[in-house]
Design a protein around this ligand. Structure first.
Ligand code: ATP
Ligand code: MG
Length: 234
């Protein structure tokens, strides 16, 4: 059977630290996210939101259990795990190369699929800095993605989630107070609500709107889960 069939996530007593003998940064988080739900994660700076996103992909030291589609992630090899879940960090790093190589590093998809994803995500509407032309699959991405704004890099990562058919998307939203990139933000919000509507989404939220229309809201404080419920419940 094709795995993962859905994007259900169950987390039990998850704790995390950044080094094996370092302090716990997340304390005993337990929660369940049904397939297709969108969860907005909120909390003040340093509360552990980004740490949670890293923990779900076992990028740092964790204790406890994470079940993805009923399978403990400890039983899934990391390559398989990370190719089925798309995580978009606050500042995505890109590969130096073309847009195509970033979107489809293993050359598995045809041009129509890649172009459709870029169009849906809205990347073609954006211009490349210092370049008059629009972006194409062959546009160069300079080291780490330096010639794209952070928002544009997040849009590219969303297009990659579409191409891969990820069932679970974890997005660490760019903090708009740091970078008032409203156009890219509108595109990102539109992708999350349209093309990626059926994908389970865990969104570290900096916007009121993300929280208002989320299925569930998670409130973190000092690495602890303080609240988890529907907007109406909280
Ligand atoms: P923000 O809203 O500013 O993005 P956040 O909620 O994402 O904050 P985290 O980055 O998860 O917060 O940080 C949680 C705690 O983990 C903080 O005490 C922070 O200092 C610590 N921390 C974060 N990254 C590291 C790291 N690479 N090594 C050690 N400690 C870290
Ligand atoms: Mg963060």
């Amino acid at each position: 059977a094709y795995w993962p069939a859905s994007g259900e996530l169950r987390v039990e007593n998850l704790s995390a630290r950044y080094s094996s003998d370092g302090p716990k940064v997340l304390h005993d988080l337990s929660f369940h996210v049904a397939s297709g739900e969108r969860v907005g994660v909120v909390g003040r700076t340093g509360s552990g939101k980004s740490t949670l996103t890293l923990s779900l992909l076992r990028c740092i030291f964790t204790e406890g259990n994470v079940y993805y589609d009923g399978i403990p992630t400890s039983a899934i090899n990391l390559e398989n795990l990370r190719s089925n879940i798309t995580i978009i960090p606050q500042v995505p790093e890109l590969l130096t190369g073309t847009l195509r190589q970033n979107l489809d590093p293993f050359d598995q998809h045809d041009d129509a699929t890649l172009n459709n994803a870029l169009r849906s995500a809205g990347l073609f509407e954006l211009r490349n800095d210092g370049d008059d032309g629009r972006l194409t699959l062959e546009s160069d991405i300079s080291s780490g993605g330096g010639n794209l704004s952070v928002g544009q890099r997040q849009i590219l990562a969303l297009a990659r989630a579409m191409v891969r058919g990820s069932k679970l998307l974890i997005l660490d939203e760019e903090n708009l107070t740091d970078s008032p990139d409203y156009k890219t933000d509108t595109l990102i919000q539109s992708s999350l609500r349209n093309e990626l509507r059926d994908v389970t989404q865990i969104i570290v939220a900096h916007r009121l709107q993300t929280i208002m229309d989320a299925d569930k809201i998670m409130v973190l404080d000092a690495g602890k889960l303080m609240e988890f419920g529907t907007p109406a419940e909280l």
